[in-house]
Structures are given as C-alpha cells and as structure tokens.
Ligand binder design. Structure first.
Ligand code: FCB
Length: 448
C-alpha cells in the first residue's frame, strides 16, 4: 500500500476566502469586511464581498469535490455569519447554511473537517478589545459550543485555530492582515495568551457539547528548517532552530508548546510579560487533543554557523519558487512532520500545503498547470518518506480546492485545483485536479 489505508486525501478552503455573501441572511461584519475597505490594504482594492459565491454555489462545488474523489474537505465557519455580534443571539440562517453544506458533503461521501476560526473575527468583538480582552476566550468557547450543539451529530473532525501566528502577528504586529494593527510587544503577548486560552476552552466546549467523540486538532503554521547537509551538526542546528523562540514571536514553540506540552518555552523572554496567573491557564490550554495539524508550504535551509548557532543559508540564485516567490522545498514535508511528531507525539495532519501559479484558461479551454503537479509529486514523495520513517501522518489537505481571495494579495494569486473565473463564476478543473483525482483513486501511487 502506497499510503496508509485510511489516509485522508483532502483539500481546503476558508469561509472569507470563498463564501462571498458578506452581508447576506443576517451575517454580521468581520474584521476582514472592515480591513478590505481601508485604502491600500489589499491588491487593487479587491474584497471578499463576492469571492467564489460559494455560499450560493456550494452544491456545484461539492459535486466537483466528489469528481476529485476527495475523502475530506477542510472548511471553516464564519463566526459572524452564525453569531452576527460574535456573542448574543445566533443567526439561524447562517447555521442552516453550514447544516446544508455538511449534509451535501456527507451525501457525497466527503468527510467535513471543520476549522472553527480562519481569521474572520466578529467586528463587534474587535470593538470590545478583540483578543486583547481576556473574555475573548469565553466568547470563543461559547461560539464553539453553539457549533458543537448544531453540527456534532454529523461532524467528527475539528480544528480550533488556523495559523494563530498569522492572525495575531500579521494582523496585529505588522498590519499586513486584518484588523491591521501595530500593537506593542506586551499587547501581542497578551493577545497570544488569550488565543491559546481560547483554544483550550474551545476544546473543552467541543468535548462537553459534542454528540459523539470528536477528532480534535489545531492548525498552526509549521515553520520548518531543512538541514543544509547530512552532517549531524547541521541536522542538530535545524532542529534547534525549529525549537527556538523568536523575538518577533514568529516561531513554532511559543504556539505549540503550551497546547501540547502545557508550558511556555523556558527561554522565552516574553514570559515576564504574560498576565499574572498565567500558570493556571496553562492547564486549560493543555487539553488533550487528538492530532497535530500544521500548514507547511516551505522550509528554510539551516546549518551550524561558525559560532555554533543555527544559521540560515540563502537559496542560490535562480532557486525554484512559486508565483508568490515562496521557495519550492519538498523536503519540508519530511522534516516538518518528523519534527512535530517527535516533539509532540501526536499523529500529524498536513492541514495546508500548495502553491500559487499564474494559471489561465488556455485556447483549448483547459487549465494547464504542470508546475502544480510537479510540486505536489515532489512534496508528497517527501511526505511518504516521513511515513516510511515511522511518522504517523493521517491526512493531507491541499490548499486550495479552488482559486479564491488570497487575503492582501486579492484574486491575483491562484492556489486552486479548480480554476475560478471571477467574472462569470465558471469553474474549470485544472490539469492538477484531474491528476489529483487519479492520485486519490490509487491512494498515492501516481505520485510515487
Ligand atoms: C495560509 C492561509 C490560507 C491561505 C494560504 C495560501 O497562510 O492559512 O488561508 O491564504 O496561506
């Protein structure tokens, strides 16, 4: 067998990036609805107002997913669609939409993998201080309980947060993403801590309100170091770099350790800035969870420097890169899963991996994206190598199932297996989608 028998071949998307219908049926505003309206935040002023109209077109989209043979589809719920003010009265029309989506997926034999939060934070709660307000952990837990009550008769697989590093740091330190703030370091530490507390409380809420045992995980960015050579010193340097705390907070351990190990990294300078009594919160943050999800797009080459410290190695001139200029480094899907499993002891799920390409519809009506096929082949071979080396990897979710609103890059970046013409909303399966269908049908043989 090429890949494990029950391997979850999947694809992913997120509410704000595909749904559109930004103010339909009683939906409240999110920080992204606010952010995209600020001048200069998004490429050419694009917004997610309409996006892929998935809110209305989900039956067609799920039919395409079925054509791909997806075993799992990772979707996210828009918090302000189901709770327009973030707390308070629920919006039944919003909940009913997720009911229909889940039912349609199940009828197509596709398991829904639900992310509770993929960045569309309720604007009203942002105005109450957002993640800086300690109550945010309870707001999030209440929202989670609502979803568990409503969907857990049919949904088993849950993830709390997508890439907390991004929405806390890109959202509130560098202002590249919503809400677009530049907070002080002590405020960032507070926001980070509240997000982690919210994670723990959400896991508790899922366990308490679910109608069946859940498969619960978390989906942070996996920041991967790739040893520059096979020299054990470089291997050790790469490991050390993956375990080290960054002053900018852009690291693994500040975000994974509290969740999986119940502690902040001992050498973290920010410990002195944590709110008083944070130690007690750690027992809530450290809820047992079932898998370690992580989004991995690339890794950075690292060796031992002259001073004995890990040192980043620049890619040589002309190194392969994607349309977004992200380096193509397949072995990130070997070293990443191996590291996260060794450190945290949980099964690994690749909750996102993929690339943007300059795709268009060719004269023959097809979308030819050989680089995506080559990229996936190379990365999946490395993932397979990790599995052979004994890492329990239970799923792979390609980002993305379809082209969509790529945050501050707008519609310029196309990450999909399915091409979307935003003028007509016509969908076209790219060559890579046809290839992925064959790969799934053969349980990975095609890539090996
Ligand atoms: C990740 C995000 C996802 C998408 C991909 C390209 O950082 O989780 O929404 O934008 O990058």
């Amino acid at each position: 067998m090429a890949f494990p028998k029950d391997f979850v071949w999947g694809a992913a998307a997120a509410s704000y990036q595909i749904e559109g219908a930004f103010d339909a049926d009683g939906k409240g505003a999110s920080v992204w609805d606010m952010f995209v309206r600020k001048q200069g935040t998004v490429f050419r002023g694009h917004t997610g107002d309409v996006a892929c109209e998935h809110y209305h077109r989900y039956p067609e989209d799920v039919a395409l997913m079925k054509q791909l043979g997806l075993k799992g589809y990772r979707l996210s719920v828009s918090w302000p669609r189901v709770l327009p003010g973030g707390i308070g009265p629920a919006n039944d029309k919003g909940l009913a939409y997720y009911d229909r989506l889940v039912d349609t997926l199940l009828a197509a034999d596709i398991a829904p993998w639900v992310t509770l939060f993929h960045w569309d934070f309720p604007l009203e709660l942002y105005r109450r201080g957002g993640w800086l307000n300690r109550d945010s952990a309870d707001w999030f837990a209440d929202y989670t309980a609502l979803l568990a009550e409503r969907l857990s008769d049919r949904v088993v697989n849950w993830m709390t947060f997508n890439e907390p590093q991004c929405f806390v740091l890109l959202g509130q330190a560098t202002a590249l993403q919503a809400p677009g703030d530049k907070l002080r370091d002590d405020e960032l530490v507070l926001a980070q801590h509240n997000v982690l507390l919210a994670h723990g409380k959400a896991v508790q809420a899922l366990r308490a309100h679910s109608k069946q045992p859940g498969n619960i995980g978390y989906a942070p960015v996996g920041i991967v170091s790739i040893p520059a050579t096979e020299d054990p010193k470089d291997l050790a340097a790469a490991e050390r770099r993956m375990s080290s705390v960054s002053a900018s907070h852009w690291d693994n351990v500040s975000w994974f350790d509290p969740v999986f190990l119940g502690k902040y990294p001992e050498d973290a300078a920010f410990i002195s800035k944590l709110p008083r009594g944070y130690e007690e919160d750690l027992t809530i943050i450290h809820q047992p969870i079932d898998f370690c999800g992580t989004n991995i797009y690339f890794g950075t080459s690292v060796r031992e420097g002259r001073d004995g410290e890990p040192e980043q190695v620049q890619e040589p001139a002309g190194f392969p890169s994607t349309a977004l200029n992200w380096p193509v480094t397949p072995s990130a899907l070997f070293h990443g899963p191996r590291y996260f499993h060794a450190r945290y002891g949980k099964p690994i799920v690749i909750t996102e991996n993929g690339l943007s390409c300059r795709d268009w519809v060719a004269l023959d009506g097809a979308v030819h994206d050989p680089t995506r096929i080559d990229f996936m082949t190379r990365y999946l071979r490395e993932l397979h190598r990790a599995i052979q080396a004994g890492v329990p990897v239970s799923g792979y979710f390609h980002w993305s199932v379809m082209d969509n609103f790529e945050w501050s890059e707008g519609y310029k970046e196309r990450f999909g297996l399915i091409y979307v013409d935003y003028q007509t909303q016509k969908r076209t399966l790219k060559d890579s989608a046809h290839w992925y269908a064959k790969l799934i049908a053969s349980n990975g043989q095609v890539a090996l």
